[in-house]
Design a protein around this ligand. Sequence first.
Ligand SMILES: [Zn+2]
Length: 256
Amino acid sequence: MNAAAKTAKPSALTAAFISTLSHPRLSTPATEQDVQARLFALGFKDACGRCCGTGSYGPLSVLGGKCFKCNGRSYVGVRLTWDLLNRVRAEVSAEILNAYADRLIECKRAKALAAGAEKRVREGYSRTLFMQHFYGLDSNGGRNREAAPFSWLAYAIHANEKAPTEALTVCVVRLSRGECAADDVLAAEAAVVRARRVQDLAFSAAMSSGEIEADQRKVAEMKAAGASYDEEEAARRAAWKRADELLSLAGMALGE
Ligand SMILES: [Zn+2]
């Protein structure tokens, strides 16, 4: 195709594709590229000839070996032909385009829902007792005083939210690929909220018993005394073990 054809009105073939792929609930494709993008979304795509549909072709040092032609997607847009048009006309009914419009709306809704869940989890982070105590945050995330001295025990208790937070991130990525439902994201968010309730309870128990303060002192003393790696590692392990106990007690108290 020459440059003029791209800006001129679409060819008869492209125009025929445009009318076949138009639907009142969808934006109307205007160019050959738009047509290819819609066909791609509807599953009309060719395996990439450069990477034979593997998505990888090229030096690993460049973009991790991602194929330059299909951008690692394994597929490329189909070439528009009259044969393809006949196939598309036979397969893509108004009903299918309507279902596609539904799917786009569903995708938009899922994306908004995922963004909301991630935002709430991010905002909830500064409200954890750990962040307020160790980073001197107030409940809105502003800084109201100096951070407290380091404590292994406190960090070990805080680490209980790591796995559910990572699981939420994975879930959001899977949702964007249509591999899981919106409800899964909400369930993953609820798991983070639960973990933080357990964390807060374990943390406040360790604060009121004086264990956190004792641990802070111990860390400072070991540092001042130039403790060996093995000595530090033993203290760290003991803190993690105690954190596990405190977290499971807190979990039981909350009926988890
Ligand atoms: Zn490729």
